[in-house]
Design a protein around this ligand. Structure first.
Ligand code: SF4
Length: 470
């Protein structure tokens, strides 16, 4: 019998087919190795667990369990803390980092989690399952990455029960469960090469940008069950369905299907590019910090004449200094270029400015008010693209749009670079001891950021060329 593991909650939340594959490894298929970013998280998680173990064993009797039988014996003997105990019941298994004996004699499960709060669904489910396995009324304990210890009690029961029922059904199945494609989830999943070709053969609607698992069933009910059928339907003949209401949305869906099939660009409306002096802007951040606050370590700009400019901080200790230097740069540009446009791609940069203004209680600072106010010079190119055009893409990320040979056709110097890649480079930079190693890593990141803002510039130029051609 296949056992349901409490630790499978993460995979289950990601995709039911993924958790099925995890438990029914496809013959001859090798799951990709853990990437550098994931490995860093695993190492940090192990380090956190090791630190907590050290603290606990200094104060209490702590014994490591080697099997489920041994765990039972240790519990029977009333050991204060059992490390890596194994508990199971009715085909469900759990392996909490710690089983802590309460004064009542019952045991509480406890795990170390890098997360800063216990609200994540996967944590709630895993800890809820521990409580079911222990048949305990006591809450499970979470040792969080910020040093806090929080409790998970009855509030997790519903999700934990739902998880167990669903997992029972999934594991009882002899074939992979039917699921929908999701570009963001499937792209990040090791089983993509097993799944995607089948979705493509079936012309699955969710391969299209903007059509997701909530929308596709509504289209299928009306006989629109392939990309071809969607491409050939008159948008006015598509009835209102959940998440696809209004002509504009329906027209976009139909164009997206056409674009998937013929590779053409479909205009939705005229491309409205504001006049002014354009500076392109992109930040690099490190979310893995001691404080738990995201650290923007690089505020990068591409000035007129394609001159790269930036604010860099060596560590989180200089976070405030970096923010002040960023504001000073904005002031400098504002004075130099009266009709300034600060172009960025997606809402992320604006969110970071807002978060920093709140962090340092500077929401009413004149430069911040200007950046975030009604006359903001910030201009989101992602919004311009998605409002104006339908492109032959499954994802409208800056890289997807810019790298496409029939679109912007701009290539990054380092093929492997990306947001997770840059975090890994910065963590290596922090850990590097030799000055030349530090310099090399910093240069890699600066090159990547330069490419990002240059890609944004090329996108601007490509859009301008399209307006002239139209
Ligand atoms: S590739 Fe997509 S559908 Fe397949 S298991 Fe992964 S997430 Fe699920």
């Amino acid at each position: 019998m296949k056992m349901i593991r409490a630790s499978d909650a993460r995979s289950w939340l990601h995709c039911q087919r993924r958790v099925w594959f995890d438990n029914n490894p496809p013959a001859g298929f090798e799951l990709f190795l853990i990437n550098e970013f994931d490995q860093i998280l695993i190492d940090r998680g192990n380090f956190l667990e090791w630190n907590i173990k050290r603290k606990l064993e200094n104060q209490y009797q702590l014994v490591e369990a080697v099997s489920e039988e041994h765990t039972k014996e240790l519990m029977g003997a009333g050991v204060q803390i059992i490390y890596q105990g194994r508990i199971s019941k009715n085909g469900v298994v759990g392996r909490p980092d710690f089983l802590i004996r309460h004064e009542s004699g019952e045991y509480q499960a406890a795990d170390a989690k890098l997360s800063r709060n216990e609200e994540k669904a996967e944590i709630q489910i895993q800890f809820g399952v521990y409580r079911i396995l222990l048949n305990s009324s006591l809450p499970s304990l979470v040792y969080l990455g910020n040093g806090e210890v929080t409790e998970i009690g009855d509030e997790a029961n519903r999700e934990a029960s739902k998880y167990l029922t669903s997992m029972k059904n999934i594991l009882a199945g002899s074939i992979r469960p039917l699921v929908r494609y999701s570009e963001s989830k499937c792209n990040a999943c090791g089983y993509n090469e097993l799944c995607k070709p089948r979705f493509e053969e079936q012309r699955e609607l969710t391969l299209l940008y903007g059509i997701d698992s909530r929308m596709a069933p509504g289209l299928e009910i009306h006989g629109i069950d392939t990309i071809e059928k969607l491409a050939n339907v008159n948008p006015d003949n598509i009835p209102d369905i959940p998440y696809l209401k209004g002509r504009e949305k329906k027209q976009r869906a139909v164009y997206q299907a056409k674009s998937y099939l013929d590779g053409n660009i479909y205009p939705l409306k005229s491309i409205d590019i504001p006049d002014g002096t354009w500076i392109h802007f992109d930040v690099e951040t490190n979310p893995i910090t001691d404080s738990g606050e995201e650290h923007v370590y690089l505020w990068g700009f591409l000035k007129p004449g394609n001159i790269f400019d930036y604010v860099w901080t060596d560590s989180e200790a200089d976070d405030r200094k970096g923010w002040d230097l960023f504001l000073a740069k904005i002031e400098e540009y504002k004075n130099l270029y009266p009709n300034l446009i600060i172009a960025h791609f997606s809402n992320y940069e604006r969110q970071k400015i807002k978060a920093y203004a709140e962090r340092y209680e500077m929401v009413v600072h004149p430069t911040v008010s200007w950046l975030l106010g009604d006359d903001s010079p910030l201009f989101d190119l992602f919004k311009l693209v998605t409002d104006s055009l339908v492109l032959p893409l499954a994802s409208y990320g800056l890289k997807s749009i810019c790298k496409h040979p029939k679109l912007v056709n701009f290539q990054w110097a380092d093929e492997d670079s990306g947001s997770q890649w840059s975090i890994v480079q910065f963590l290596k930079y922090l850990a590097a001891v030799r000055p030349d190693d530090k310099e090399r890593l910093k240069l890699n990141i600066l090159t990547y950021n330069f490419d990002d803002v240059m890609a944004s510039r090329k996108l601007e130029e490509w859009l301008r060329a399209m307006t002239i051609a139209a």
